[in-house]
Every structure is written in C-alpha cells, then in structure tokens.
Design a binder for this molecule. Structure first.
Ligand SMILES: [Zn+2]
Length: 95
C-alpha cells in the first residue's frame, strides 16, 4: 500500500461488521509501509514534508501536544499507533 492511500484505509474501515485489518500485531508489511511513509516527501494531506517526519509541519502542528510527542517514538515502539491516532485525529479535525 502506498503512503498516499493511508487515508482511505481508515475511511474504508468504518463498517464495524467488517473484520479489522489489524487484528494481528504489526506485520513486516506494515513496518515497510510505515517506513515508506517516513521517507516519503509528500504528506498525507498532499503538501510537501521532510524526509524522516511522519507529517508535514502544518499537520504536525495541528495535533494536540501529546500526539506530537507520541510521533517521536521509534518504529516498533509505539510509532505505528501514534501515527494511526494522529491520522484519525487529523481526518476528524482538519482534513
Ligand atoms: Zn500534511
């Protein structure tokens, strides 16, 4: 899955009857996906972002403090959950 398709992942999983895509712990494929997102030069909102950052400056700054802090976690140590939370929050409040 491309990083730019990330938003539709959540939009498409609103139906509670459908099985969750993440019943298992993060797979290697997921890790690859999150890594791709970090090295991507495009934020999920379509703006440019810096390599190594999860989101562009605008999206990042819009997040509540604790969500910003959570995004400093390392891959495999809570980063995935932090990004998922951040994307959900941004979808609701910003995008
Ligand atoms: Zn952005």
């Amino acid at each position: 899955m491309k990083y730019s398709e990330y938003r539709t992942r959540f939009l498409g999983s609103r139906n509670k009857d459908q099985p969750r895509q993440h019943e298992m712990s993060p797979t290697q494929k997921d890790m690859l996906f999150y890594t791709q997102g970090l090295i991507s030069l495009e934020c999920l909102c379509g703006r440019e972002k810096l390599k190594g950052n999860a989101l562009c400056r605008q999206c990042f700054k819009a997040l509540p403090d604790e969500m910003q802090k959570a995004l400093y976690r390392k891959l495999g140590h809570g980063y995935e959950e932090a990004l998922d939370d951040a994307v959900k929050w941004l979808q609701k409040n910003r995008w």
